[in-house]
Design a binder for this molecule. Structure first.
Ligand SMILES: [Zn+2]
Length: 326
């Protein structure tokens, strides 16, 4: 899925530049018709700059004076040009290139460092046509409702499923609002069909909309990816899993649990915790089952570095299906 994404991103920037050049050309054509003097001044400025460069290369006599003189001429022309534009109601930068990202001028890079917009474009590529994209359309806070959760307390639990979910939703909002300055991770655990994945994708949607880089993986796909990066040398893939702003691992415990998966899972959790890169993990496992299935060092990370959110109640999917059949 990820192979060649660098090329795809380059294409995105290329088309941004083409579009921006095209619109600049259109604005120039427009001005040429309405205030042709302005375009004439622009051409004159360009001509002066070229002549000056040639003279500098030729080491013409009195070059310092010539530089000063040309600079003055150019400044004067620029001022006149601005006056013309503004007096006709155009913004000062109307004939400048307009970038979608002024920080990197739509190149994706500031020096050798990737610009923030690069990450956003990467996210776009990752989610284009992906299953998550469809999922996020359905599973988001605007479709979130407590009505499927019973307001009645079961004697085994300290409070009603609805009250419990309200608490977890509030933890989730806190997580979103303090995302950039907290080190919190969330562990959603409990019975299936109680809203864990739904809430995780609600959070993903909010953060993606705020331009954070969120990677969503089922535990099964995560282990596949780790295998691929280990054995097919797809380092970029591992780099993404580690360095994304938020990694969501859905359905932990459904992956084939073996030595490889246990070691890889521990390494990933540990690296991310050391790098303070956040995670949300959902699992149908109870704490007892986590302790039984994963190594002590993995569970100690899970139980020690994550805010534990226990989900309980009736299986919503079963209930929704029953309602449909009625
Ligand atoms: Zn940028």
């Amino acid at each position: 899925m990820l192979k060649g994404y660098g090329e795809e991103i380059a294409k995105i920037y290329e088309s941004l530049r083409v579009n921006n050049e095209e619109s600049l050309k259109n604005r120039r054509d427009e001005i040429e018709k309405i205030i042709p003097q302005v375009i004439a001044m622009e051409n004159k400025i360009a001509q002066l700059s070229i002549e000056l460069s040639i003279n500098i290369l030729r080491k013409t006599k009195n070059i310092d004076e010539l530089i000063e003189e040309t600079k003055e001429k150019i400044t004067e022309l620029r001022m006149k040009k601005s006056e013309f534009l503004v007096s006709r109601g155009y913004p000062l930068d109307y004939l400048e290139m307009q970038y979608n990202c002024s920080k990197c001028k739509d190149t994706g890079f500031i020096g050798v460092k990737k610009c923030d917009c690069y990450k956003q474009n990467l996210v776009k590529i990752l989610y284009r046509n992906s299953e998550l994209n469809n999922m996020l359309e359905r599973n988001n806070f605007s479709n979130f409702s407590y009505q499927y959760f019973s307001p009645n307390r079961n004697s085994n639990e300290p409070e009603s499923p609805r009250k419990n979910l309200e608490k977890i939703a509030s933890i989730s909002w806190n997580f979103i609002e303090n995302f950039s300055n907290s080190e919190e991770n969330l562990l959603f655990f409990g019975d299936s069909g109680t809203g864990k994945s739904f809430l995780a994708s609600c959070i993903a949607k909010e953060l993606l909309d705020n331009s954070y880089m969120v990677i969503y993986k089922t535990a099964v796909d995560l282990i596949k990816d780790l295998k691929q990066s280990r054995f097919a040398g797809e380092e970029e893939l591992e780099d993404l899993l580690i360095n994304c702003d938020l990694l969501i691992i859905d359905d932990l415990g459904t992956e084939p649990i073996n030595e490889f998966s246990k070691i890889e899972l521990f390494n990933l959790l540990n690296t991310k915790l050391l790098k303070r890169k956040k995670m949300i993990i959902s699992t149908n496992f109870s704490i007892e089952l986590m302790l039984k299935n994963y190594s002590e060092r993995t569970t100690s990370r899970l139980l020690g570095n994550f805010t534990l959110c226990k989900f309980f109640g009736e299986d919503i999917r079963v209930r929704l299906n029953m309602n449909k059949k009625k």
